[in-house]
Design a protein around this ligand. Structure first.
Ligand SMILES: Nc1ncnc2c1ncn2[C@@H]1O[C@H](COP(=O)(O)OP(=O)(O)OP(=O)(O)O)[C@@H](O)[C@H]1O
Length: 298
């Protein structure tokens, strides 16, 4: 395990915000640390980076206890929390050169990082003129300069447009291909699902689920959302044809999604039986619904 915590807890005053967390982050994984706003993600990340003193419990990173091996562990971690520390009056490349000087790495590495995060073309532009996505990518390049084994990113796609999100996702997947481990927090399940190999879900400071993305997908099976003029007739028709209807309300009914073909079959069946289909689409459960399901299955 690259990160292993046991019984990790933290309180601000008398409010306990992290509760006996036992994280297991395997080497070479993209570990999605998911939870709604205020769940305790940033607090946990700050403890992993030794920016906050652990309340109770233990943290092992690269198999070593964090407190007693702080310097050697932290020198092998790249991180991005909240806003990246960027000088806006300097160009992207100057920002990297600045850090490179401190870390004693050469210009070649700076150029490689610019290339990796696809900022070579904008290397000589002032960072203050970068889009939010470019700033995040520059932040990741800064975090990668010393070639860390582990990258810890706190909501790196917050506020990005869909293109920016895709760029970060592709970048992280590329990194994992080179043997690094990525620990990334987010409050968006749909975003994490597309890149993570492992997932931990935290709510109110408690770990509600931890496992592979496949384990999670088994719990969070998507649904087909069907909007019709007559949900009762449509549901009866579907049930007679051996489809499971999980939920029904005035205008919508829901069937567990298994394949695109199944969506087509349902559409044809309804239309051929004179049910008007206003819309039919695949829908992912949102975090809230997933939490309910996880709590139920526990
Ligand atoms: N410095 C602080 N002093 C007091 N309470 C704090 C402090 N920082 C965070 N908290 C509280 O701790 C809880 C967890 O916050 P945290 O920032 O870890 O959550 P998060 O999951 O990262 O949320 P977000 O996605 O909004 O960043 C929240 O209730 C928050 O209000």
């Amino acid at each position: 395990m690259v990160i292993q915590t046991q019984g990790l807890s933290f309180s601000f005053g008398n409010q306990q915000v992290v509760k006996s967390l036992s994280l297991q982050v395997p080497a070479g994984s993209i570990y999605g640390f998911l939870g709604p706003n205020g769940a305790g993600k940033t607090t946990t990340i700050k403890m992993l980076l030794n920016l906050l003193q652990t309340g109770e419990g233990s943290i092992h990173i690269f198999g070593q206890e964090l407190q007693t091996n702080r310097i050697s562990i932290l020198s092998q971690i790249g991180s991005l929390i909240e806003q990246p520390a960027i000088y806006h009056h300097l160009t992207g490349k100057e920002n990297l050169m600045n850090r490179a000087l401190l870390l004693q790495v050469g210009e070649k590495r700076v150029d490689e990082m610019l290339n990796l995060v696809q900022l070579t073309g904008a290397a000589n532009k002032k960072a203050g003129q970068y889009s939010l996505g470019m700033k995040q990518r520059l932040g990741i390049a800064l975090a990668l300069l010393n070639d860390p084994k582990l990258l810890i990113l706190d909501e790196p796609t917050n506020g990005l447009d869909p293109n920016g999100i895709i760029e970060i996702r592709e970048l992280l997947m590329k990194l994992v291909g080179t043997g690094k481990t990525v620990f990334i927090s987010s409050h968006l399940l749909a975003e994490i699902e597309k890149m993570a190999t492992h997932v931990g879900i935290i709510n109110n400071g408690e770990l509600m689920f931890q496992g592979t993305i496949h384990d999670l997908q088994n719990i969070s099976q998507p649904l087909i959302n069907i909007e019709t003029d007559n949900t009762v007739d449509a549901a009866n028709l579907l049930k007679r044809h051996n489809f499971t209807v999980t939920d029904i309300n005035n205008d919508h009914l829901y069937v567990p999604f298994t394949s695109k073909q199944q969506v087509g079959e349902i559409n044809t069946l309804l239309v051929q039986n004179n049910v008007t289909v206003y819309s039919i689409s695949k829908q992912h459960k949102d975090l809230e619904k997933l939490f309910l399901d996880i709590t139920k299955s526990n």
